[in-house]
Design a protein around this ligand. Sequence first.
Ligand code: HEM
Length: 161
Amino acid sequence: MGGGGEKEVYTLSEVKNHSSREDCWLIINGKVYDVTKFLEDHPGGDEDCWLIINGKVYDVTKFLEDHPGGDEVLLAVTGKDATDDFEDVGHSSTARAMMEEYYVGEINASTIPTKVAYAPPKQAHYNQDKTWDFVIKILQFLVPLAILGLAVAVRFYTKSP
Ligand code: HEM
C-alpha cells in the first residue's frame, strides 16, 4: 500500500503491472498489498507454476529462475493452453528434451476452452457490399446515358420547325 498511511486508489491494470517476483502486489478484500519483500519468507512458498503445452502438463516451478526466456513469460501463460506461445518462440530440440524433466501429467482436454475459431465476415454483409459495387457500376454507366438521352430529347423537341 502507499506508504505513510495515506490511502491510494489503484486501477486493476495498475496492480497487474506489479506481478513479478521482483514486484508483487496483491488485492485482498479490496485492499492492495505490496508483498514483494515477503515472497521469500512466505510459508506457502512464492511460486507454483504449471504449464499446458501440447496437451501435457509441466510443473516448471523449479525452472522459473533458470529459464533462458525469463520467468515472467512462463508465469504469463499459466492458466491457459500455452502451446502456441511455446511454439511461437521456436524452442530448440534441447529445450524440448528438457521438458520431460518437468512433465507431471496430461490435461483433461475438455476443461480447456476451445479456441474461438476465425469467423469470416457474415455472408450477407459480403453480398451486400458486392450488391452496392454492382449498383454503383450500373449507375456509372446509366447516368451518362440518361443525360445523353435527355440532351437528345431536349434538342429534338426544341428544334425549330
Ligand atoms: C517446459 C517448458 C519450457 C522449457 C523447457 C523451455 C526451455 C527454454 C530454453 C532451453 C530456451 C533457450 C533457447 C532454446 O534452446 O530454444 C528457452 C528460451 C525461451 N523461451 Fe522457453 N521453455 C519452456 C516454455 C516456454 C514458454 C511457455 C514460453 C512462452 C511463453 C517460453 C518463452 C521463451 C522465450 C521468449 C525464450 C527466449 C528466446 C530467445 O531469446 O531467443 N518458453 N526456453
